[in-house]
Design a protein around this ligand. Structure first.
Ligand SMILES: [Mg+2]
Length: 417
């Protein structure tokens, strides 16, 4: 080796050692411009309006252990309107839990900001979960995450309207039609096997090609009979999913899945109890002949990442209508694609339809066919994408493509801000 080569080798080793000792920086370079827009005269958020919607349900639709909408069942929504200096208003919706936050300063985080800078606004809202402001204002982490959902959806609606593009095309669409399943098979007072079969035959007559049934609220053998009766009635060409809603222990889940697998089940959803539903899921996966779905209760991409890292799930059901918004869902869809996991979100076609249409690893959309179970899907919109023959068809209306019905807003709505 000549002197020059030796010197360059020694130099590389020294450089390598110094790089190896270097810690990743905690923030961008000190000289880098900060987040947000510094330019005066750019589009600004000028106002935030919030409406809370509430409608009591006519009866209790029981999942395994709890009724939909609580024991005094109520359907609820939070609608956020973001007004801008451009004269274009973004409208987004989320679950009903966190509307009050907007009265105690949450909306002020948005005022004066550039509504196109969604990532900046998302981070600004998210950072309050690790701030003293949270304690000062009496906010909970869960409520902050819930309040972020309608804000984030409203921002994307605004950007879509500004660009005159539907949100799924704004995201770079993959397709414009999304397959849907209907959720039913709830336990109800006095509901027998015949009623269950009639209900599911009704879904097939309506054109649905996939049905999700509730299980876990009866002894396993009884549930197997329920699922078998439905399978025999609808035939082999209808997809069936089963949702346990966290009712089983590990051993019951193993036993039940072996009994139900011969009935051609697309997925088994949230089979395990809340207190250890992630690590036990990995154990279940080793002895479960049905693909597994979970994630509707995950609050952020961090929790969803832990769930995916178990290798247990085949379908991720992250619900960005309930919390954190469409931006977080898109990040998760990317992570899921790298792990060969399908996205199959929980609830609310209005936002999840656009998201599923924008990615290649979107599997199916949840929907509802019973106005008593899900009244807002039927009453809240004077215009929305239609579901026909088990397919949601997205159009070219800008933004989220929905128009809220003024009469429904008046009837069920309370102005929060
Ligand atoms: Mg579920």
């Amino acid at each position: 080796m000549d002197n020059l080569s030796r010197r360059s080798l020694v130099g590389a080793a020294v450089l390598g050692a110094s790089l190896a000792n270097r810690k990743a920086p905690a923030s961008p370079p000190a000289w880098a411009p900060g987040p947000g827009s510094a330019e005066a005269g750019k589009c600004r958020i000028t106002g935030v309006e919030v409406t809370h919607l509430s409608k009591p349900l006519k009866e209790r639709f029981w999942m395994s252990l709890t009724p939909i909408g609580g024991y005094q069942p109520t359907a609820s929504r939070t609608i956020v309107r973001i007004r801008t200096s451009a004269g274009i208003t973004g409208e987004g919706e989320g679950g009903g839990g966190a509307a009050a936050l907007f009265r105690s300063g949450f909306a002020e985080l948005l005022i004066g900001e550039d509504p196109f800078m969604v990532e900046h606004l998302w981070q600004k809202m998210f950072r309050t979960t690790v701030s003293r402001l949270k304690a000062e204002r009496g906010w909970s982490t869960a409520n902050i995450l819930a309040a972020m959902a309608p804000v984030d959806a409203a921002l994307w609606d605004f950007i879509g309207k500004s660009a005159r593009l539907p949100v799924y095309k704004l995201f770079g669409a993959y397709k414009d039609r999304v397959p849907c399943y209907v959720t039913g098979g709830y336990y109800r007072e006095g509901k027998g096997l015949r009623d269950l079969v009639t209900e599911c035959e009704g879904y097939v007559k309506q054109g649905f090609r996939a049905i999700k049934l509730k299980v876990g609220g009866a002894p396993v053998e009884e549930d197997v009979e329920r699922v078998r009766a439905v399978r025999q009635a609808v035939g082999p060409n209808i997809d069936l999913m089963l949702d346990v809603n966290q009712a089983w222990d590990l051993h019951t889940a193993i036993r039940a899945s072996h009994q139900m697998a011969p009935l051609a089940i697309t997925w088994l959803e949230e089979p395990l109890r809340w207190y250890d539903d992630v690590s036990f899921l990995a154990r279940l996966k080793k002895d479960c002949p049905i693909p597994l779905a979970s994630g509707e209760h995950e609050e952020t991409r961090y929790g969803a990442r832990r769930l995916m890292e178990t290798g247990a799930i085949d379908f991720l059901q992250f619900d960005c209508h309930a919390r954190t918004g469409m931006s977080e869902w898109r990040r998760l869809a990317g992570m899921a694609s790298a792990l060969d996991i399908w996205m199959a979100p929980h609830h609310e076609p209005v936002v999840h339809g656009h998201l599923l249409a924008s990615i290649p690893n979107g599997y199916i959309l949840e929907s509802f066919a019973n106005p008593d179970r899900d009244p807002f899907w039927f009453e809240l919109y004077s215009r929305r994408p239609e579901i026909k023959d088990s397919v949601l068809v997205l159009g070219d209306e800008p933004g989220l493509g929905v128009e809220l019905d003024a009469a429904a807003l008046k009837k069920y709505g309370t102005k929060v801000l």
